[in-house]
Structures are given as structure tokens and as C-alpha cells.
Design a protein around this ligand. Structure first.
Ligand SMILES: [Zn+2]
Length: 314
């Protein structure tokens, strides 16, 4: 090829065509460079698209695994493949920390609202319980282990008055809790024990600090979720946020946010807080309960058979 070109070039040099051909060569090179660039871009795009497809396939596979664990309740039957292979080290930690769960969820109940209070117990817990008791309504408390000491009676009251008690971790320190799967299990276990020692109940439900998928657990959430479901626990995110954690949130605004969210959401699971310095939550609660009952709703407690609301993988 090179020799052939060489001959043509030297041949062209003798005649008038030579100059023409010499001027044409840079164009041919330019054309080749452009074609090469286009081909390179195409190849890069194809490779990129293949990588994206692979990544989506992996995410979809993980979603399916978690979905099947969630619907099977993480029983051994649901995780047959995992059971046959060697257990991961963290699967052997705290063997007593597991729940027998049928894996079945009831049909959603129309007009049921699930108010949930995170981060307690606190100086507000009694007032929250009073407002619920006065109206015969039930709720769920996802408690933080570090707040239990000295507040054991409040946990007993939550249980005695027919509300649900779930775990919200021990430290509520996101960086520490989500440092690894083992760190998560250690934190959960500490809360699990603290709740049991305070009121004799081992919770079967929980709420992840910061929700199941957050900025702190991006590297480990599929493993943590899978592990907790494998142990039979049911976790709840939320689909209505009361906004009571926002700085300076007013009771009237919280009430409006909750009512609006509930009326626009099917199977509403509402995030509220039981934190000493969030007085506006307590202030808003009677109005929230009265307005919701006026609209035909009632507040119920979560049980492990209530269909969970969980965040999607993003
Ligand atoms: Zn929290």
C-alpha cells in the first residue's frame, strides 16, 4: 500500500496533476482524521452505553434480591441460595437478633394513617402520648437507644397504651452507624438490648437513621438492607414528611403539611419527631389528629404486616 502510494506520488510529480495531487493529500489526511475521530467517538459511546447497561443490570439485580427478601421476610426459604453458601462474617454476629416473620403483608387499609415519631424518648413523649390517648388514636415510636436511660417508664407507657415500638438505632450518629455493615449491626444491637431492658420487648420493626438510603450509607445500603431483611426485620421509610424537623417550623405549618400529604398519598406513613426542642410537634399534634379524624382518617400503629413504604434505589 505504502509502495503503491509512493509510486503514484512520484508519478504525479512529473505532470501537471502532481501539484493537484500534492494539494489533495492534506485533505485526504484531514478526512481520515475526521473519520477516525468520528469512529473513536462512536466506539467510546458504545462502550459507555454498554457500561451503563451493565450498571443498570446490577442495580436491577440488587433491587430484585432486596424485593424478594422484603416479600419473603428474609426467611431461610427466601434466601435459599445464601443459606447454601458460606455465611458472611457479619451474618454470624448477634445470632439472637432475628425475628420470625411470615413475610406476608396485609392489604392496605383505606383511611388508615401511620403517624411515626422518630428520635425519642424525650421530654415530649408524655405529651404526645396524652394527645393520642385523649383521642383513642395509635402511633409508632422509633426510639433512639441513647435516649432510653432514665426514660424507661416512657417506653413502658408506649407499649402499655398499645402503640408500636421500633428501633431507630442507638447513637443516631450517621457517620458512625454507617461506617460498615458491622458498625450498623453493632449500633442496632445496642438499641435492641436497651429497648428490651427498659420494657421487656424486642422490636421487630425499625427505621434507618436518615432513612434507608441516605448520604452516609451509599456504599453499604444494599448489604445492610439485605442483612436486616434476612434477619426478618421489617423497616419503614415514609411517604409523608411532617416537616417538624425544619428549623422554626410552626405548628400550623406542620398540621397543614401533614394533612395535605395524607390526603394526597395512598397508604400514608408520616414522619414526625419526638425531640425535646421540637415543641411545635406537640403543639401541632391535637390539630393534626382532629383534622384527620374529621376527614374520616384514623391513626393506627404499624405492625410487621403493614406494607412497608421504602425508598427506591437511585
Ligand atoms: Zn432520626
Amino acid at each position: 500500500m505504502a509502495r503503491y502510494r509512493g509510486r503514484r506520488r512520484s508519478y504525479g510529480g512529473y505532470g501537471g496533476y502532481g501539484g493537484y495531487r500534492r494539494r489533495r493529500n492534506p485533505r485526504a489526511i484531514l478526512k481520515a482524521v475526521v473519520v477516525l475521530a468520528v469512529v473513536t467517538v462512536c466506539v467510546a459511546l458504545i462502550v459507555q452505553s454498554q457500561r451503563l447497561q451493565e450498571a443498570y443490570a446490577q442495580v436491577s439485580q440488587l433491587q430484585q434480591q432486596v424485593a424478594s427478601l422484603q416479600t419473603s421476610g428474609g426467611t431461610d426459604a427466601g434466601g435459599a441460595d445464601a443459606a447454601q453458601s458460606q455465611p458472611l462474617d457479619y451474618q454470624t454476629l448477634y445470632p439472637e437478633m432475628r425475628v420470625d416473620h411470615t413475610g406476608e403483608f396485609a392489604t392496605d387499609v383505606e383511611k388508615a394513617v401511620y403517624l411515626t415519631f422518630d428520635d425519642g424518648p424525650s421530654a415530649n413523649t408524655a405529651a404526645i402520648l396524652d394527645a393520642l390517648a385523649a383521642r383513642g388514636q395509635k402511633a409508632t415510636f422509633f426510639v433512639t437507644g441513647k435516649n432510653i436511660a432514665g426514660n424507661e417508664a416512657l417506653l413502658q407507657r408506649i407499649v402499655n397504651e398499645g402503640h408500636a415500638l421500633g428501633i431507630h438505632g442507638y447513637s443516631h450518629d450517621y457517620a458512625q452507624t454507617y461506617a460498615s455493615v458491622e458498625a450498623f449491626l453493632e449500633d442496632f444491637h445496642a438499641a435492641y438490648q436497651a429497648v428490651y431492658e427498659a420494657c421487656g420487648v424486642y422490636p421487630t420493626m425499625f427505621r434507618f437513621p436518615g432513612g434507608s438510603i441516605n448520604a452516609y450509607n451509599r456504599a453499604i445500603y444494599p448489604q445492610v438492607i439485605a442483612e436486616m431483611l434476612r434477619r426478618g426485620f421489617v423497616y419503614y421509610d415514609w411517604n409523608v414528611s411532617g416537616g417538624d424537623a425544619d428549623a422554626g417550623a410552626l405548628a400550623a405549618t406542620i398540621q397543614q403539611t401533614v394533612t395535605q400529604g395524607v390526603t394526597q398519598t395512598s397508604h400514608p406513613i408520616v414522619l414526625l419527631h419526638d425531640v425535646a426542642d421540637k415543641a411545635s410537634t406537640v403543639e401541632a399534634l391535637p390539630g393534626i389528629l382532629d383534622e384527620l379524624t374529621g376527614l374520616g382518617y384514623y391513626s393506627d400503629r404499624l405492625t410487621p404486616t403493614v406494607r412497608p413504604v421504602t425508598f427506591d434505589y437511585t
